[in-house]
Write a protein that binds this ligand. Structure first.
Ligand SMILES: Cc1ncc(COP(=O)(O)O)c(C=O)c1O
Length: 369
């Protein structure tokens, strides 16, 4: 069996450090926020090349608070994509605002900047691009349009720790960037976790207040906030993992480039990131005909795969009130039928790679090795 995700191998290697970190938290009694979380915030802000990092209890909370701190509220519209996890849309709705979807680019699978201006109305307040699978959206035109129309830009970087766009880190280009540390992410906690990064001091201050009941000091509430604080345990675990994030990212990129070499573009399409983009391959997805059949064959061969995501958000039953229909976002809908995610992690072995590629060649009739 080749699992789609293998956290056990990662954790086996760093287990003594994780055990020591957990013991430190138990001994300190700092179970919510505290020194470990502050130390992590400092390191993660530096890693993202931003002045501030506010650690919270999930990527969804990070998006929710970044939008609130950016002034998004009832009646506002936020331009985003439907080719993402539902949390992107949910966070907009939590603010009482409305998501307005634009389609993704056929080649990069991220927000198509050419479609943004047509979607802007007098109610538009922000643009929320998603750096899908670890590849950043085309930020220069997005930011240029946003500045021209006085809109905020919040990056959904939940899948893109350490990704780069023309030398700039994910989370550092917009007004704020939002990360998830869900266990399977490139930087994963031992439970839920998330963070907002920003170089805007006032925005960061508001996020920090909002995550902790809006308290300026104990029992002095200046904003109506939330209980979105990060646990001490997650801060300690993430501090340990920060020592490895670059090594693991390089490992993922090496696995991806081996897939790229063995699976030709004609056989299975995937984005070809320009050389000045650093894709961090949270997901290595390919496009295939008869995807469900190919996935079944790979599973029969003992290979775990995923689909990110099979039903775009605008066609999910939960969000039918938004009144989008099949055909509204043709590229997103086509890709949702064709995406297949292959196993990828830093510890992936050459023998496992050979097995995946061989099984794929059997499942995809046009593919020969
Ligand atoms: C693109 C995207 N946005 C937001 C989230 C939400 O993060 P979390 O699960 O930590 O709340 C995720 C997590 O899967 C995600 O992939």
């Amino acid at each position: 069996m080749i699992p789609f995700l293998d956290l056990k191998t990662q954790h086996r290697r760093i287990r003594p450090k994780l055990d020591a970190a957990l013991a430190r938290v138990i001994d300190s009694g700092q179970f919510v926020l505290g020194q470990e979380v502050s130390a992590f915030e400092e390191r993660f802000a530096a890693y993202c090349d931003t002045k501030h990092c506010i650690a919270v209890n999930s990527g969804t909370s990070a998006l929710h608070l970044a939008l609130l701190a950016a002034g998004i509220g009832p009646g506002d519209e936020v331009i985003t994509v439907s080719m993402t996890f539902v949390a992107t849309t949910a966070a907009i709705l939590y603010c009482g605002a409305k998501p307005i979807y634009v389609d993704v680019d056929r080649d990069t699978w991220t927000m198509d900047p050419k479609l943004i201006e047509k979607a802007i109305t007098s109610k538009t307040k922000a643009i929320l691009p998603v750096h899908l699978h670890g590849l950043m959206a085309d930020m220069d035109p997005i930011v240029e349009i946003a500045r021209r129309h006085k809109l905020m830009v919040i990056e959904d970087a939940a899948q893109s720790h350490g990704a780069e766009y023309k030398g700039r880190r994910a989370g550092s280009i917009g007004d704020a960037g939002c990360f998830s540390f869900y266990p399977g992410k490139n930087l994963g906690a031992l439970g839920e976790g998330g963070a907002v990064v920003s170089s805007n001091r006032e925005l960061a201050r508001r996020v920090a207040l909002l995550r902790d009941w809006g308290q300026e000091s104990k029992y002095h509430h200046v904003l109506a906030g939330y209980n979105y604080r990060m646990d001490g345990v997650q801060g300690a675990v993430l501090n340990v993992k920060m020592d490895y994030i670059e090594e693991w990212t390089k490992g993922r990129r090496a696995v991806a480039s081996e897939y790229d070499r063995l699976i030709t573009f004609e056989q299975c399409k995937r984005p070809a990131p320009p050389s000045d983009f650093r894709h961090v391959y949270h997901v290595y997805a390919i496009e295939v005909d008869r995807r469900d059949h190919v996935q079944k064959m790979l599973h029969a061969a003992g290979i775990g795969t995923g689909i990110h995501y099979p039903i775009p958000v605008h066609l999910q039953k939960a969000y039918s009130d938004l009144r989008y229909c099949q055909g509204d976002l043709p590229v997103t809908e086509e890709l949702a039928d064709r995406f297949l995610s292959l196993p990828i992690y830093a510890e992936f072995q050459p023998a496992q790679m050979a097995q995946v590629v061989e099984a794929l060649a059997e499942a995809v009739p046009s593919m020969a090795i």
